[in-house]
Design a protein around this ligand. Sequence first.
Ligand SMILES: Cc1cc2nc3c(=O)[nH]c(=O)nc-3n(C[C@H](O)[C@H](O)[C@H](O)COP(=O)(O)OP(=O)(O)OC[C@H]3O[C@@H](n4cnc5c(N)ncnc54)[C@H](O)[C@@H]3O)c2cc1C
Length: 295
Amino acid sequence: MREIPEPALSERTTLRLGGCAIAELILETPHDLDILPERLRCLGGSPLIMGAGSNILAQDGQLPLVLVRPRYTQGPEMTAEKNDKVFVRVGAGTPLARLLRFCLKNGFSGLEGLVGIPGSVGGCIAMNAGSYGTETATYIHHIQIISDNHIKTVSVADARFGYRSFSIPGEKNNFIILEATFVLTKSERNVIGKRMFHNFFEKKSKQPLSAWSAGCIFKNPDPQTPAGRLLEEAGFKGRSRGGMSFSPVHANFLINEGSGSASAALDMIDEARTAVLRRFGIELTPEVRIVPCRS
Ligand SMILES: Cc1cc2nc3c(=O)[nH]c(=O)nc-3n(C[C@H](O)[C@H](O)[C@H](O)COP(=O)(O)OP(=O)(O)OC[C@H]3O[C@@H](n4cnc5c(N)ncnc54)[C@H](O)[C@@H]3O)c2cc1C
């Protein structure tokens, strides 16, 4: 296990905000899972399982967190095929983009809607990331987790997936997803490529993909009421303060302009929630994971 003291969350999240955690533990071999509980006990603080940090708003200052990164499983690889279906196993720490490239190269269809999401496979499962009508959960066959020092295989039927949420009944929330097996459909490579290309350019034309953000900051209250529209109508599109701004391209993207801070981001989130509640009677819920949680 590799251990890095006092890792800066601002260097590990796409919003580029946040102070330093106690330590970062990088799981490089399966053996590291055996020594993880003892190491966590010694270090104190709360564990934060991290993927690519693309959905995390880390608070400023010294953070009582220990970052845990599962990195030891590799892939993607095809493990079985049945008629037109293929089973693809991939480690949780693998970038989603690498999985999508593998699917394109081999003609495996299903995940094309997820193109452009900058997360890891584990993060996409934990968030049930979705876009263009595709949700990660739809294509999962089973996952492997570690919980209470035991490695377990959980079939998709035994997990609960919702809109940007994932849980396993009977498990506490601090389990680590180690790997997943997806079930995909064999298809023409050029058809998959065209779908990915189309989805990527759609996304790029509507979202500020290269800015420092965590994607959509709020969940959509319902599919007909996008949070971005409520924010825009409440006058937040383009509004900026303390180095943070609601993007002029897509109001639901909170951007760090370079000099932002987590406290400025949280102030803007609170201000926007209050304004939307007053104006529309709708309570916005953050999609981004705020760490440590605010009480
Ligand atoms: C430009 C941009 C565009 C985006 N577009 C979309 C989009 O279209 N759709 C969408 O759904 N999201 C989108 N996102 C948000 C984000 O990319 C997704 O939520 C993604 O799934 C997060 O993955 P991650 O690896 O970065 O997770 P992280 O941000 O590292 O973590 C997110 C949560 O997952 C948990 N987690 C991560 N890995 C594991 C693991 N192995 N085991 C257990 N828990 C784990 C963390 O503890 C945390 O609670 C976008 C973000 C950006 C910056």
